[in-house]
Ligand binder design. Structure first.
Ligand code: 8OZ
Length: 368
């Protein structure tokens, strides 16, 4: 942990993340944009989009499914086929060609899916057969989620193997590292939190048991990547996708202590309600997790320039991840540095579509 005196201006200075040197402390958050091509293969337009944003100190890719079963939205990219590896290779080459660094976010949605999106119309899988209240977007529009099927004990090694293979594929595709998506109510989070994990086997009950899948997946990914090239994203107090835990402080303190012992490169925390308020009213202070983690802490959720600078001044996070602002401002780093006006994101083009609202946001005049 970096506890030496910080200066707010260091937001724009290089930062050492293990063996990588990031150009600054600004991270492009993972952002689902649903623009993958046939076979969930990344397209040349996606390479342009990421390359435009390569002045971020670190880009974390949009959530990318590790297997066909891990998919829950149309047109999200995968990292389980040869064609997908090839598509991502174009993305990483474009980002590296523009001097950037990029990690892939590895994703399995678990129950946040629909038979419509699963091979052979299969039921989505989850820790337990507990339905999420809410809807998913399928080829038929918005539909209610269904009650998922609980993974059997003997299916779990296959899930871990899918993560290992995806991590291997991400390396082959030229990524600088990987982030495990263990936030926002998807599969790993469904195992962690007790509203969705009702298992009575070695993967349910105690916090140790509920953290087991995440830690097995982490260890599998560490077979492929050095620890400094692996990060984990958590959203301990976020209720999105109908999830909750009865004692998040106990659960996430255990999880983060175990991740810290593995010397991971970073811990990435969605602070508050994902895409919503930073304050949840819950007494658990997320700063506890930063203190428990002996590595880089990335703060995310609702940051603007002032909050990012104040956070660095207080040294309350090492790196700051921006989401929506990066959608609308490919040169966000330069705009923040100059305190220049920002383009506003157009929500109607967040998911799906073409270059409109994706690669056509203007750069500052005089910036590249
Ligand atoms: C918005 C739309 C679709 C997916 C997440 C991967 O919440 C997502 C996501 C966000 O982490």
């Amino acid at each position: 942990m970096q506890t030496d005196c910080s200066h707010p201006i260091d937001l724009f200075l290089p930062y050492r993340l293990g063996s990588l040197t990031l150009a600054n402390r600004i991270v492009m958050a993972p952002l689902t944009r649903s623009r993958a091509g046939a076979g969930d293969v990344p397209t040349p337009l996606m390479a342009t989009y990421y390359a435009q944003r390569a002045s971020a100190g670190l880009i974390i890719s949009e959530a990318t499914q590790i297997s066909p079963q891990g998919k829950g939205y149309i047109q999200t990219p995968g990292i389980h086929s040869t064609e997908q590896i090839g598509g991502w290779e174009q993305v990483t080459e474009a980002v590296h060609g523009h001097g950037g660094k990029i990690f892939m976010q590895l994703w399995h949605v678990g129950r946040i899916s629909h038979p419509e999106l699963q091979a052979g119309g299969a039921l989505p899988v989850a820790a337990s057969a507990v339905r999420a209240h809410g809807q998913v977007f399928t080829g038929q529009g918005m539909v209610d989620m269904v009650t998922p099927r609980a993974l059997t004990l003997d299916e779990i090694p296959g899930i871990v193997a899918d993560y290992r293979r995806a991590a291997e594929n991400a390396r082959e595709a030229g990524f600088d590292g990987v982030e495990l998506h263990s936030a926002n109510g998807y599969l790993l989070d469904q195992f962690l939190r007790d509203k969705t994990n009702r298992r009575t086997d070695a993967y349910g009950g105690s916090v140790e048991n509920r953290a087991r899948l995440l830690l097995e997946v982490t260890d599998a990914v560490l077979d492929i990547w050095e620890p400094d090239r692996v990060g984990v994203r958590l959203s301990p107090l976020s209720p999105v996708h109908d999830i909750e835990d009865s004692d998040p402080e106990m659960l996430f303190s255990h999880v983060v202590t175990a991740l810290s012992a593995r010397r991971l490169g970073f811990l990435h925390v969605v602070e508050g309600v994902t895409g919503g308020p930073r304050e949840t009213g819950h007494p658990f202070k997320l700063q506890t997790l930063r203190d428990l983690f002996d590595g880089t802490y990335i703060g995310n959720n609702g940051y603007d320039r002032d909050l990012a600078l104040a956070t660095r001044k207080a040294n309350a996070a090492d790196l700051i991840a921006f989401g929506k602002l990066f959608i609308a401002n490919p040169d966000l780093v330069e705009r923040l540095r100059r305190d220049a006006p920002l383009n506003s994101p157009d929500e109607s083009t967040f998911y799906g579509g073409d270059a409109q609202g994706y690669t056509n946001y203007p750069f500052l005049a005089g910036a590249d």
